[in-house]
Ligand binder design. Structure first.
Ligand SMILES: Cc1cc2nc3c(=O)[nH]c(=O)nc-3n(C[C@H](O)[C@H](O)[C@H](O)COP(=O)(O)O)c2cc1C
Length: 205
């Protein structure tokens, strides 16, 4: 693995503000990106995140005014909506199935379930917890897109309730965590601004 290339990839990834509408993401590239999303880690392996990939231009146009009028929304090739399945991850049927698929013996599965139920009980908000898992998926999407030369923009600037209603998401069951716009940049990216490593890292030996 070429470390220099990987760091170049992370520098290439930026919050793209405008996409070139004439350039389309191939199905092969999109499948690669979605596979990187599917393989993202998640707390207890519950795979909290469901993805809606919007390619339809009319829908993107309708979403734009309720997404702070951001140009990424309707200039991107694909708008990925990351949806937290907060109701499902707290239903016995679902988490039992998710633990059972590990093929562990009955006692161990029971132990995991108890641990999980206890963890859920102590959470301030299951919805919030599930949404956090979606951010990890979003990170995979953006970084693996960059690896194959595809630009992205993470978007939290949207009117949650209105976008959920527009997309037919039942807020009692699910919640949109974040949007990620994907496509090819229309303009050159601005220089990367970051704190120095020593400002953000403390190594304890
Ligand atoms: C969770 C999250 C939400 C963001 N929401 C928006 C957004 O709504 N619109 C936007 O233009 N950029 C958004 N950004 C991009 C950040 O402003 C950007 O990542 C940051 O300024 C660093 O710049 P860079 O990503 O180009 O390196 C968001 C970033 C994150 C991580």
């Amino acid at each position: 693995m070429d470390k220099k290339l990987l760091i170049e990839t992370l520098n290439f990834r930026h919050a793209c503000k405008l996409f070139d509408e004439t350039k389309k993401i191939s199905d092969d590239d999109m499948n690669f990106i979605l596979e990187s999303a599917r393989l993202a880690p998640s707390s207890f392996g519950m795979e909290h995140c469901r993805l809606l990939v919007i390619k339809n231009q009319e829908i993107k146009k309708e979403l734009k005014p309720i997404c702070w009028n951001q140009n990424q929304i309707d200039s991107c090739d694909s708008l990925v909506v990351l949806i937290a399945k907060h109701k499902e991850v707290s239903s016995y049927e679902y988490y039992h199935k998710m633990f059972a698929r590990r093929g562990l013996d009955e006692d161990l599965t029971k132990m995991y379930i108890e641990k999980y139920e206890n963890y859920l009980k102590n959470l301030k908000s299951i919805k919030c917890w599930s949404e956090k898992q979606c951010y990890i998926t979003a990170s995979n999407i953006m970084n693996y897109s960059a690896l194959i030369g595809i630009d992205s923009c993470p978007i939290e600037g949207f009117e949650k309730q209105k976008v959920e209603t527009k997309l037919g998401i039942d807020e009692k069951k699910e919640s949109i965590a974040i949007l990620v716009a994907l496509g090819y940049r229309a303009n050159a990216q601005s220089p990367k601004i970051r704190l120095d490593l020593e400002d953000v890292v403390t190594i304890v030996y």
